[in-house]
Design a protein around this ligand. Structure first.
Ligand SMILES: [Zn+2]
Length: 143
């Protein structure tokens, strides 16, 4: 059977449409240099990224809490072959850190030489505004 003639489609970038009404305080927090999580008022479970409803007790009564930022790096990966959307970036390191409060956060790890990055090391989770003006957060050196 002959293959159907086909053309490669253009690459498609997927932009997630995140409803911001319930997460607005999170973005406002980043603007002010704070990384916020949500905590269930009923059972006390902490969520990061923030969620509007507690999956543990199904309550929807959440409060915003500021994270300490104190993290221990649990795992990391150095990304040399970048996805298309990050082609303009230099090779970077992505890490999962466990915060003092118990939540795990996936974020870029910056400010370290690759040889310095070790599982179990301490890092600080900080709010950041990228040169493009996007609000984000990343792990960096303790000051
Ligand atoms: Zn709960």
């Amino acid at each position: 059977m002959a293959a159907m003639p086909s053309l490669k489609s253009r690459e498609i970038k997927i932009v997630q449409d995140i409803p911001i009404s319930k997460t607005l305080p999170f973005w406002e927090g980043l603007k002010q240099g704070k990384v916020l999580a949500t905590k269930c008022k009923k059972c006390g479970k902490l969520y990061f990224p923030p969620v509007a409803d507690c999956s543990q007790c199904l309550a929807s009564d959440m409060e915003w809490v500021e994270l300490s930022g104190e993290a221990t790096i649990e795992t990391f990966t150095h990304v040399v072959v970048r996805p298309t959307t990050f082609q303009h970036e230099k090779p970077y390191t992505v890490a999962i850190g466990r915060l003092k409060e118990g939540v795990r956060v996936l974020a870029w790890l910056t400010g370290f030489k690759l040889s310095e990055v070790k599982v179990g090391m301490k890092a600080k989770l900080v709010a950041k505004i990228t040169p493009e003006g996007n609000l984000t957060y990343e792990f960096t050196r303790l000051e």
